[in-house]
Design a protein around this ligand. Structure first.
Ligand code: NAG
Ligand code: NAG
Length: 374
């Protein structure tokens, strides 16, 4: 009797400290936890898995009036309070600035800046636009042991299902709009209409509105690699969207090479490291999937395919299923600025990964290539 009474008191104390996990009271913005019956984070309305009191206890507005998961996010005049490292001197920090541990995040917890892994893991958990694996499926087909053979060993397509509404996403739609702005063959100079240049601006506007790019700006500022958001944006315009020469003047760019890929010759493909572009080209009947070389966590695959004609083969490339355009732009940009022409090592979702970047020439800050080294 005494024992069970103690147990009941303990359970009550415990639930009053942690909050009732079937409710959002005192739990707004707590990170997604699949062991719980319902969620209180700011993504739950999109997934339809919020607890019943999510709106009545104000979790929907907590994201803008709390520093939970917003430490280091740059100043934003549209928000009622701030969580950046200057809010203390301006007196406009959110009331939970200290409780959300922003001061220790700003100092890297141990007096230094965030490590690349701490930054990358934070970006991974902040990427609310990443596509859940229930919205696409694929058949990896046959394992390719020798990429030099260039033989189609898989009868089917890579993608077996793709939810078309993915392409309506806030950053996916403007990304998709860019994919028809380029001439696939190297050796033919690109030209861009005013409308196509405006699409680049729209895409950059969309990604810079995300938490992922906000955190990237803060991290790169703390690392001394950019001076402001507009500095980062202008560096990214040069890195990704300014044209350069592969075979003829102005026939290529970092964005075209990495995200779309290019026909190098009648037998070879250059670049091509993005899953949305792969889906688009396969769906349009322009890709023949040969097979996979390796799969790795999280959501990474390396594979072989032909593009445009059966003899034009990409012997091996890697891509990340589900990746949002802003997440890839953020990580590739960060690795290029930090460890250009090298492997950039970190973990994502607890797994070791690496991004390899190259510049186009040693005197330009243009991306020659960037991809997950799988
Ligand atoms: C938690 O809340 C749910 C829903 O209101 C209720 O059914 C349950 O009894 C509560 N649990 C505790 C331990 O208070
Ligand atoms: C990343 O790890 C590889 C070994 O796998 C090493 O060669 C490389 O130098 C590392 N990169 C950096 C920037 O330290």
């Amino acid at each position: 009797m005494r024992l069970s009474l103690t147990l009941v008191i303990c359970m009550c104390l415990l639930s009053s400290v942690l909050g009732n996990t079937s409710l959002c009271a005192n739990r707004c913005l707590i990170a997604y936890d699949n062991t719980l019956p319902c969620q209180c984070n700011d993504a739950c309305p999109n997934y339809g898995n919020c607890c019943s009191d999510f709106f009545s206890v104000g979790c929907d507005t907590a994201a803008t009036s709390s520093c939970y998961d917003r430490c280091l996010v740059p100043y934003d005049a549209a928000l009622p309070c701030q969580c950046n490292d200057q809010c203390s001197s301006f007196g406009n920090c959110c009331s939970d600035f200290n409780n959300a541990n922003c001061p220790s995040v700003h100092s890297g917890g141990s007096g230094g800046a965030l490590t690349l892994t701490e930054f990358a893991e934070d970006l991974w958990s902040s990427d609310t636009n990443r596509i859940s694996s229930s919205r696409y499926s694929y058949n990896r087909g046959t394992y390719i042991s020798n990429t030099g053979d260039k033989v189609d060993r898989s009868s089917g397509d890579l993608f077996t299902y793709f939810d078309q509404s993915i392409l309506n996403g806030a950053t996916f739609a403007p990304f998709y709009d860019l994919l028809d702005n380029y001439i696939t063959s190297e050796g033919v100079a690109e030209s861009f209409t005013a409308a196509e240049n405006a699409e680049i601006d729209t895409f950059l506007d969309a990604i810079f509105a995300t938490t992922v790019m906000g955190k990237t700006t803060s991290y790169l500022m703390a690392e001394g690699l950019v001076t402001s958001e507009s500095d980062l944006r202008s560096k990214m315009e040069t890195m990704w969207f300014s044209s350069y020469k592969r075979q003829t003047s102005g026939d290529s760019s970092g964005f075209e090479h990495c995200f779309l890929g290019e026909w190098k010759s009648s037998t070879a493909v250059n670049g091509f490291h993005n899953w949305i572009q792969f889906y688009k080209e396969e769906n349009e009947g322009d890709i023949n999937y040969f097979g996979y070389v390796e799969e790795a966590n999280p959501n990474l695959i390396s594979l072989q395919f032909s593009w445009g004609s059966s003899s034009r083969v990409k012997t091996i490339t890697s891509m990340m299923f589900g990746a949002s355009p802003e997440f890839e732009m953020a990580m590739f940009t960060t690795c290029f600025l930090k460890h250009k022409n090298a492997r950039c090592n970190f973990t994502l979702d607890g797994s070791s990964v690496a991004i390899q970047t190259y510049d186009m020439s040693s005197n330009t800050n243009q991306v020659g290539s960037a991809y997950f080294a799988v």
